[in-house]
Design a protein around this ligand. Structure first.
Ligand SMILES: [Ca+2]
Ligand SMILES: [Zn+2]
Length: 234
């Protein structure tokens, strides 16, 4: 069977219209704020300048999302909790906030849905931000169910296939936590290309590299690259 094409990215979505006006006011209050660096970039184009130091909770849109996706979220949630010091707790709660609305503060609602953007293989992060300080508010993660329902979606090797699913889920979580794609024009040809991202000393690209970071070792599947993928607190 031929492998299906896949494309994995977040689609830029306009935040709730009422939230759009104030975002430029927030950045100037701290001393020399830095919103991007080697291999990382805050999602300032979507109004997010920092991670809040307060805890976040992961909840689910329905019981299918909960059973399918909980195993993919606990690892990266724990990694941010210990690596950044901001608690991210994966709960068993269900939350029916519509995808067009921001959930309760610091909630991340995870959905398991077929082609949420209408495009084959594309998942989506709908991130909200706090007007007061430009910190990540939470939002919705819409994982394309095709990664699970179509066999060998990413790879015929089941271990590689699952590692890529883990990367896909963590990537969207990274968006909700305020990270943008850090792709950069390394070869100076004037174009920022897919996969054009710096590497750390062991050759790993940022997990936030778009559309993905290619094929890291299976053991690194779903793990944020700590040099790159942690958004700083204010
Ligand atoms: Ca280039
Ligand atoms: Zn992305």
């Amino acid at each position: 069977m031929p492998l299906p094409l896949h494309r994995l990215t977040r689609r830029l979505l306009l935040p709730i219209a009422a939230l759009a006006a104030v975002l430029t006011l927030t950045a100037a209050t701290t001393t020399t704020p830095v919103y991007s660096g080697y291999g990382w970039k805050a999602w300032t184009s979507n109004g997010i300048y920092s991670l809040s130091p307060e805890p976040y909770t992961v909840v689910f849109a329905d019981s299918t999302a909960r059973s399918k996706l909980t195993p993919y979220l606990t690892g990266p949630a724990n990694q941010v909790t210990t690596g950044v010091g901001v608690p991210i707790t994966v709960t068993t709660l269900l939350d029916t906030t519509p995808i067009g609305s921001c959930p309760t503060k610091h909630r991340i609602v995870v959905h398991y849905s077929y082609r949420p953007t209408g495009v084959q293989g594309m998942s989506e992060a709908r991130a909200c931000y706090a007007i007061a300080d430009g910190s990540a508010w939470g939002g919705h993660i819409l994982m394309d169910s095709e990664y699970w329902t179509t066999s060998a979606w990413f790879s015929t090797d089941p271990y590689v296939n699952d590692a890529r699913r883990k990367d896909a889920v963590s990537h969207e979580l990274g968006h909700i936590l305020g990270l943008a794609h850090p792709n950069t024009d390394l070869d100076k040809d004037g174009v920022v290309e897919n996969g054009e991202c710096v590497r750390n000393s062991t050759g790993l690209r940022p997990l936030m590299c778009s559309p993905n970071r290619s094929n890291p070792p299976v053991a690194d599947g779903g793990k944020f690259t700590s040099e790159f993928d942690y958004l700083r607190q204010p």
